[in-house]
Design a protein around this ligand. Sequence first.
Ligand code: C2O
Ligand code: CU
Length: 519
Amino acid sequence: MTSRPSFPSPLQPAVAPVPTDPPRRLTRRRLLTLGGAGVLAAAGGTALAQSVFAASPVGPGAPAVRATEAARARTGTVVTRSLRAAPATVDLGGTTVSTWAYGGALPGEEIRMTAGDELRVRLSNDLPAPTSVHWHGLALRNDMDGVAGLTSAHVAPGASFDYRFVVPDPGTYWFHPHVGVQLDTGLMAPLVVEDPAEPLGYDEEAVLVLDDWTDGLGPSPDAILARQRAKGMSMAGMKGMSMAGGVDAAHPLGTDTGDVDYPAHLVNGRLPTAPVTISSTPGRRVRLRLINGGADTPYRFAVGGHRLTVTHADGFPVQPVEVDTLILGMGERYDVLVTAGDGAFPVVAVPEGRDEPGGMAVLRTASGDAPAAGARPAELDGRLLRYADLAPADAVRLPAREPDRELELRLAMVNGGRTWTINGAVYGEHEPLPVEQGERVRLTMVNTSTMFHPMHVHGHTFALAGGAGAGTRKDTVNVLPERSLAVDLQADNPGQWMIHCHNAYHAEQGMMTVLSYQA
Ligand code: C2O
Ligand code: CU
């Protein structure tokens, strides 16, 4: 099992992008750096003359990155962990597989801390391949973002790396490698950031990691990637194509929701035949923190016999809304409250739009038989959460402001699904998307393909713009087939940040680009 990045990933873009703004005034500092206009004239050419007005990328080690980190509110508490990435044999519940995991556990042991704490994690790489850790959803310092080749080097086999950063916002997050398709092995774990002034009342809490599983049961993630590069989309994909995306009430993400046939779906690393149990008492309020850690599978989630009060989307609070079921795209998280009934209830995550048996846990408040694997509670067909149902809690609302800059990302399938592009280019050949610190930026994602893409922005929690769910803070959002979706972000975290599809295979087949702070 090997894994390596498939596209060249320059540490810094070599050429500053052509400015999209009118040329800004040349500062004295820049004139000095450039050695004066005479040099320019001598070097000649309008193109060069124009390029001096273009800014240059704010790298992960830039003073602006350090200054932003120094300004973050901190509690003074330091949370220290060591994290060993290594081959492991894990028990899925009667079935044992060889995979890669953190600390031999699936999912890896949760890290729990409080907003404002500093996290110090030493990653030891005992894998036979380079790796990294990306802290999904956190507005952290750019040089700790763990994007091998962009924000730091790969961590070589046998080497270690010290991650160290202040965690600013409470919420449900997770971490995983940002190298190849390692996300589709067991390398993932939850990161829960508690709110020092938690407004939510609940009696107990469970973190549920939903995951599509092939490693050791079916083809390896690298074999799947190789097949997709050679052959493109699956038959399911071809069916979806002829129906032009096919978004309707029965297919809220369209008719083609994935390319991989997974042998199993897990909740907290367990097969539905050997589920984990959430124990409670009738009438108690249980907070469930849901994380879709899958590589290629959106999940429809429900708890038999219970309604869900949705309280957080991607870690940030929303105005509470009650539904029967919700869909999590890959990388999305929701926190929900349920008031426990009396009995043993199926907690299910079924692959959206596919016929595979789903994952399951059990909510138990009384003795009695556990629900059968494959249970399909009626709630799955009840009221489904839509983005339009969401609104941000007042405390996390982005102040209204017109965008200073608008950027478009055109998402496309090329060559029958052998390649996925943003703005016509695969990662490595991409044109970075320039922003400047302090700007309000609107990103409009235009999906020209017949599959949905869960688009994720690193280092920022944007606000849904315009229509459905306006203002809701998120970091990962499902862009439906042949639709477009806009988000606004405040450019307050300088550096170089990935924007990509969280389908691990689409990302590795090119669907990644960079939000590039310039100064
Ligand atoms: Cu969860 Cu760039 O990733
Ligand atoms: Cu995608």
